[in-house]
Write a protein that binds this ligand. Structure first.
Ligand code: FE2
Length: 217
């Protein structure tokens, strides 16, 4: 199967692109380096003390900090805003001017994943969210080889894959400060990093529409 690698897409507020007719948002956020330092320290410290930290669904990685969006910290305030930027851009890309008619608010959840070397994540979907995404705080070192540590977005059309009509896997390099967002139904996975590839830290999130929404939680 062939594959496509995401090009660099600098700047916030970029327009989503499309792969297999599915909207994708990829942005290298300006000013991210300053926030990433703070986020990295907060995430590493709190992962070690989070009683609910787990390795459910991941390999050589720890999922934790499901309360991260409630943390009172300017870096988290900034991150919440970046989720909203991604959701707004994707909603506008799908609905056009009709996006202005969406009156329901959104509810968001997020968690952190700290990957040790060799860490990976099996293919899955986020079936109960409208939009999902991942943000890279720290990327480790892929060693410049292949797709170690890459996010793999998979063609959601089984018939296209069966008939070799698919462009293949869409690969996104984990770059610190990069936000990637996509429909929650889009299958995706994470390639294992190399031995010695170092630690990778990301924040994953889901957003759903909620008629009783009173503010982001
Ligand atoms: Fe996921």
């Amino acid at each position: 199967m062939s594959s496509i690698t995401a090009p660099a897409r600098p700047g916030a507020g970029i327009k989503p692109m499309s792969a297999w007719k599915s909207p994708l948002y990829i942005a290298d956020l300006p000013g991210a380096a300053e926030h990433n330092e703070v986020l990295r320290d907060l995430i590493v410290t709190r992962t070690m003390t989070d009683p609910e930290a787990s390795n459910f669904g991941v390999i050589s990685a720890t999922k934790a900090n499901q309360d991260i969006l409630a943390w009172a910290h300017p870096a988290v305030d900034w991150f919440r805003g970046q989720i909203m930027n991604a959701v707004s851009a994707l909603t506008a890309a799908v609905l056009g001017e009709a996006a202005n008619e969406v009156t329901q608010g959104v509810i968001a959840e997020a968690w952190t994943v700290v990957y040790a070397e060799g860490g990976s994540l099996r293919p899955h979907t986020h079936h109960d969210s409208a939009w999902s995404g991942v943000y890279y705080v720290e990327s480790g070192d892929g060693g410049g080889t292949g797709d170690a540590g890459y996010l793999q977005l998979l063609d959601p059309r089984p018939a296209a894959i069966a008939r070799e009509a698919s462009e293949g896997v869409y690969r996104v390099e984990p770059v610190p400060g990069r936000m990637v967002a996509f429909p929650g139904w889009l299958p995706h996975s994470v390639q294992a990093t190399l031995t010695g590839g170092g630690r990778r830290i990301c924040i994953a999130w889901n957003v759903a529409y909620d008629k009783d929404w009173t503010g982001m939680k």
